[in-house]
Design a protein around this ligand. Sequence first.
Ligand SMILES: Cc1ncc(COP(=O)(O)O)c(C=O)c1O
Length: 369
Amino acid sequence: MDSDPALLADMLHHRTGSLPAGSPVALPLTPASTYALPGTIDAPFTYGRAGGPTWSALEEALGVLEQAETVVLPSGMAAISAVLLTHLTRGDRVLLPSDGYYATRRLAEQFLTPVGVEVVLRPTAEYAQQDLDGFTVVLVETPSNPALDLCDIAEVSARAHAAGALVVVDNTTLTPLGQRPLELGADVVVASDTKAPNGHSDALLGHVATRRPDVLERVRQWRTLAGGIPGQLETWLVHRGLETLELRFDRMCSSALVLAERLEEHPATRDVVHPGLPSHPQHELASRQMARAGSLIGFALPDAETAERFLERARRVVSATSFGGVHTSAERRARWGDAVPEGFVRLSVGCEPTEELWADLEQALRGLG
Ligand SMILES: Cc1ncc(COP(=O)(O)O)c(C=O)c1O
């Protein structure tokens, strides 16, 4: 499933067609909290908590890529919590990945379980075996972060819908260019645009995309009334980042595949995981469901100390959490409590020239393992 080139061009030109002569071609940053409002309140913008031109521009651009209406939120977690907290109430059941981004589980355990929502955790690769009867919301994260396991979005969506559940896909690891959950039958996409869509490690942001007007309305109301809103500068930065997403993501994914293949052959590493490798246990599903295999690679070194030595030695890999940025970065995920071996490294491949990166990884791995 490839991303449609027309959508990329439409996204880039989403506002240029209607520009009056003399307007800036770049999106203006509009830091307004209140808007002129004489007489009735029937105006496109009224007060900053309800909307503004910078948010609208980003929502439009993301909407072109998602082919759905979008709501921007101040972070990926704000997008996830907006959907979960507006669709779950006492007595409901939610299915979450036990191997997905840890903050989603923590959110559920700390704020949904205490109000009487039953939180069920299953590994992503076992969603296919999970009976979905009785669930209100099924949240899928594929590829899961950090172990990069997959599940079949179309198959889970069909079964979840038969059971009456809302299907939410966290599409952070792939972006709309790498995977299109709404086309595969999911109801809602949630994503952290802090990662590749912004891509420059200088802003947090998230979005919800859906073709369901009821979901859209609830999430918009939540944003306005709960009051956690994206900053104008962050929104503007992500709009700017999105304009080069395709170029960056292309380099990142192509490099990641090359590096994953070489890491797999390297004597110091073991258990190299990347959905583009034929050795990935769900490689066939990856080829069917994903347009790109993503920019993340997982691999194990013998122990925590060896992994830390690798991170210290690598000069073109910044030791940092998060992923999707122009700078290649890596970290030992066990330090956050993820259920991975102590020596497991998650590598986020950035935009450096591929051979420069490989030369650096090779020198950092020399003699380890
Ligand atoms: C898969 C996934 N979902 C959601 C998030 C949360 O995003 P944010 O940090 O923008 O809140 C992350 C962050 O790493 C993530 O990896």
